[in-house]
Design a protein around this ligand. Structure first.
Ligand code: ADP
Ligand code: MG
Length: 587
């Protein structure tokens, strides 16, 4: 079956193209080769279900990733479906050919560094981004199949001949190029596996061959020593009764074995793949800790589980956040069939949802998420709308049926909700009736609640407090007049007030110290007013040096307050805005 062939198209070499354009992140070849191994196992399992392959009773499917820092190699081993000679020809040789042809056709004039994996079935060939030479050793599950050895040194030629692989499955060996030795570093390799492969659906094991060899040597040495001790012990036993000691040494052996049993580096059934009814709160919290390494408990979560009209599963957590808006930092990881695609793709997840933490798995999402392609993708828009809808439903549902918790979490979730309302009209429509405000009594009210309660007194003004201490004098006056104000203390509230005023033109927000309505004033005698105005005008004109200063005298009801300073809402907002844009008032 020895065969040689050429991978070139029109005598051009595809490898420089692959190296140059395929990926900006070179580490992705690990994802591609491990996921090929998983695919190979999944295919075999399907055949077993269909009765076309008979599984051994103790069948243990797995993918192994081995590094050898001495040899500078990386090896991917699976015991999946394997490939026959014809299949290697078709899936490896031909695909590279046709894939590259299509690639050349589309990209010949464009120097694009967009990720194009998947489109051209070049997943396997991503190995050449980091390797000078790649070999495949494979044996198909099919009865009577011959093992195949394939190799290619990154030029335009490949070699294919009968191999010597005795067990079913595939071994792919990469001989790393000088620029890519980092990938046979254990720390680096584990880091990449953790990023891309944490939830792949087949058990993955990591082996450092160098370490393994060392261990084997040590074990051999140890067992040689033990034999000596054993002989000595036996000598001793023959003199005394040593049954107990024998028992002890057996236990030690068992323990050692358990410690050496390798653990898969991934979870093959991540929590989002389970039905929400089968998941406990503790499982949700544990998953959150595992994935986000955040030891503050999440407030609550949404488990997304949808089959129609598209397939999407995932869990979104509302993290406990600090009151300072700046410190909110979420993370949403996207997956395609448990294969990691990317973090925080704001084309798929609306920006304000990126304040949450979670995993979203959608098999219809392309593995090669190129951001520009996603922007105009109708499907992506649908996903994004669906997620928005689900989040809004969860929140509004909670407000309606579990008001106690909604209020308890409000301070934590309100920045997120307000941000969402400002950014997303659809989200705003769904959430606007569920925005609540803490009032002076410490109760939570909606805007209509507040206005209704003070119908006569407020005249559609909404009084708000931003600083309880600094504004305490005004708070007391409000209490005396049996008037209420709401707390708006978060940084985002400045913008949110404007948002609310735009959507409720009849309502005006006034900071508690900005203007005094008639409720606070007492009628004043005409003569007294005239006299006071003249007197004060003179004083204030002198003090300020402004000749045309207009002074207006009003009498407060509150006898304890001799005078008040107010800054009009508009003036204050203007200066706040200038401050926000870095324009100082004093200049
Ligand atoms: P894709 O996975 O998108 O099909 P790849 O370039 O990653 O493209 O792989 C091409 C084909 O080669 C696969 O579809 C599969 O048929 C075959 N293949 C690759 N790796 C393996 C493997 N480990 N075991 C069996 N078949 C494999
Ligand atoms: Mg693949």
């Amino acid at each position: 079956m020895a065969k040689q062939g050429s991978l070139s198209i029109n005598s051009e070499n595809i490898f420089p193209i692959i190296k140059k354009w395929l990926y900006s992140d070179h580490d992705i070849f690990i994802r591609e080769l491990v996921s090929n191994g998983c695919d190979a196992v999944t295919k075999l399992k399907k055949l077993a279900v269909m009765g076309e392959f008979e599984e051994a009773d103790d069948e243990k499917y797995k993918v192994e990733v081995r590094i050898n820092p001495t040899d500078k190699t990386l090896t991917f081993i699976d015991n999946g479906i394997g490939m026959t000679e014809e299949e290697v020809d078709e899936y490896i040789n031909q695909i590279a050919f046709s894939g590259a042809a299509a690639f050349m056709e589309q990209y010949k004039d464009k120097a694009s560094d967009e990720q194009i994996i998947g489109h051209f079935g070049l997943g396997f060939y991503s190995a050449f981004m980091v390797a000078d030479k790649v070999t495949i050793d494979t044996l198909s599950y099919k009865e009577g199949a011959a093992p195949v050895h394939w190799e290619c040194d990154g030029g335009t030629e490949f070699d294919m001949e009968e191999g010597d692989k005795a067990e079913r499955g595939t071994v792919i060996t990469l001989y790393l190029n000088d620029d890519s030795y980092e990938f046979c570093n254990e720390f680096r390799c584990r880091e990449i596996l953790d990023k891309y492969c944490s939830f792949m659906p087949v058990e993955i094991y990591f082996v450092n061959e160098e370490e393994e060899e060392k261990k084997a040597e040590e074990a051999a040495k140890k067992s040689a020593e033990e034999k000596v001790i054993d002989v000595e012990a036996k000598d001793a036993d023959s003199k005394e009764d040593g049954t107990e000691e024998d028992g002890d040494s057996e236990v030690t052996l068992e323990e050692e074995e358990e410690e050496d049993t390798p653990k898969p580096i991934n979870q093959i059934h991540p929590l989002w793949t389970k039905h929400p009814n089968d998941c406990t709160d503790e499982e949700y919290k544990e998953f959150y800790r595992d994935v986000f390494h955040d030891y503050k408990e999440p407030l609550f979560w949404i488990h997304l589980n949808m089959d129609y009209p598209f397939n999407l599963k995932g869990i979104l957590y509302f993290p406990k956040i600090n009151t300072k808006y700046d410190t909110i930092e979420g993370k949403i990881k996207l997956y395609n069939n448990q294969v990691f695609i990317a973090d925080n793709i704001k084309e798929v997840i609306p920006e304000y949802l990126l304040l949450l933490k979670g995993c979203i798995d959608c098999p219809d999402l392309p593995l090669n998420v190129s951001r520009s392609a996603l922007q105009n993708d109708g499907f992506v828009k649908k996903i994004s709308n669906y997620i928005t809808k689900k989040v809004a439903e969860k929140l509004s549902g909670m407000c309606k049926t579990d008001r106690e918790n909604y209020e308890k979490y409000w301070d934590d979730i309100s920045p997120f909700i307000k941000f969402g309302c400002i950014r997303d009209e659809k989200f705003n429509d769904k959430m606007k009736d569920y925005i609540i405000f803490k009032n002076m009594e410490g109760k939570y009210v909606t805007l209509p609640d507040y206005l209704e309660a003070g119908k006569e007194k407020y005249e559609n003004n909404v009084f708000y407090i931003t600083d309880e201490v600094a504004q305490s004098q005004y708070i007391n006056m409000f209490k005396e007049q049996e008037m209420d104000a709401i707390y708006l203390t978060h940084q985002i509230d400045t913008t949110f007030i404007t948002h609310l005023e735009q959507r409720n033109p009849e309502v005006k927000f006034l900071r508690i110290d900005s203007e005094l309505t008639d409720n606070f004033k007492e009628a004043i005698d005409e003569n007294e007013e005239k006299e006071l105005t003249e007197k004060l005008s003179e004083k204030f004109k002198k003090a300020t040096g402004v000749e045309n200063l207009i002074v207006k005298v009003e009498k407060l009801k509150n006898a304890d307050t001799p005078s008040m300073i107010t800054v009009s809402e508009q003036t204050r907002r203007m200066s706040e805005m200038m401050e926000m844009y870095g324009m100082s008032n004093s200049s």
